[in-house]
Design a protein around this ligand. Structure first.
Ligand code: NAP
Length: 282
């Protein structure tokens, strides 16, 4: 009998997760099936009850349920607690256990591109939303030389810093967008975690990169479009760029591993996602 897996979010029509996971089940000869369930706000409790009733083996959680799902789980792992959001749930004999694979997935995609160890790198994270929290948690746990958060709404960055006071592996500070732009030359890795660069803001950039150093890595979590305006400007200046496809694939692969104990072929997953997005990757 097929084991059932799914995505719980709203909207989910555009999701590439079913294609990616169903192909992985097929490749590994597993009887698994992954379906995207459109669950509007206010219907989460009923959806989770239904998932339990039908013994869904595991599921992903996306906007707008990543935080509210936490109240409905039996256990939440430490990293997801730190992030304050869950994107992956495993059903172990009726007990629902929540994880967050976004930050780890991001780091797995970034590490092959590094020019020097993360421990010696100064990292600037632009944005202080949900994705930023995942990235900041993973970087703080991994350990970097300096971790700076900048955001339009500075209070949100300060809130993240206050939550991470206990995580000492990173020297964490906050800068305004203007100060971050001014001091950009001191960062080895610059990461956009805002939605600026995505539709409808495809012609906008979250920060001016005039002062970026030539050896920096410029990273953007956005994968649609594959090349944001920010990455385009970076590429024109011969800066190494990194888009969000790797993060999408790796967070999915980590979820797959948690559900099944099997490592999917991430190169193949990447190819499938790129085919859907119809382009090249950097
Ligand atoms: P979110 O929680 O809504 O946070 C949005 C962030 O963008 C905040 O920092 C917000 O600043 C900033 N922002 C939005 N509009 C802005 C504007 N006009 N000017 C300045 N700042 C603006 O969203 P999220 O869940 O963190 O997602 C952020 C991005 O990450 C999205 O593009 C998403 O697609 C991408 N993402 C990618 C992956 C992947 O697998 N590659 C996974 C997760 C997310 P304020 O705090 O000032 O509002």
């Amino acid at each position: 009998m097929n084991k059932l897996y799914g995505l719980l979010g709203h909207p989910v029509g555009h999701s590439m997760s079913p294609l990616m996971h169903n192909d992985a089940f097929k490749q590994l000869g597993m009887n698994g099936f992954y379906h995207a369930f459109d669950v509007p706000e206010g219907k989460l409790n009923e959806a989770v009850e239904a998932f339990k009733l039908f013994n869904i083996s595991g599921f992903n959680v996306t906007i707008p349920h990543k935080v509210s799902i936490m109240n409905l789980l039996d256990e939440i792992d430490e990293e997801a607690m730190m992030v304050g959001a869950v994107n992956t749930v495993v059903n172990i004999e009726g007990r629902l256990i929540g994880y967050n694979t976004d930050g780890r997935g991001y780091l797995t995609s970034l590490i092959p591109m590094l020019k020097k160890p993360l421990a010696d790198s100064n990292v600037l994270v632009i944005g202080a939303g949900g994705a930023s929290r995942g990235i900041v948690t993973a970087l703080a746990n991994q350990g970097v030389s300096l971790l700076t958060i900048t955001n339009r709404t500075l209070e949100k960055a300060i809130e993240i810093k206050d939550n991470y006071l206990t995580y000492k592996k990173a020297n964490l500070n906050i800068l305004s967008l203007q100060d971050a732009e001014k001091n950009l030359a001191m960062y080895d890795i610059v990461i956009n975690t805002t939605s600026i660069g995505m539709s409808p803001q495809i012609d906008a950039v979250p920060i001016s990169i005039d002062n970026i150093k030539s050896t920096a890595i410029l990273s953007d979590l956005i994968y649609n479009p594959l090349q944001t305006k920010l990455l385009k400007i970076g590429e024109e200046r011969a800066i190494t760029t990194h888009n969000g496809v790797g993060m999408f694939v790796e967070q999915g692969a980590l979820a797959f591993l948690k559900w099944t104990g099997q490592q999917p072929d991430t190169a193949r997953m990447r190819k499938i996602v790129l085919q859907q997005l119809g382009g090249f990757s950097c």
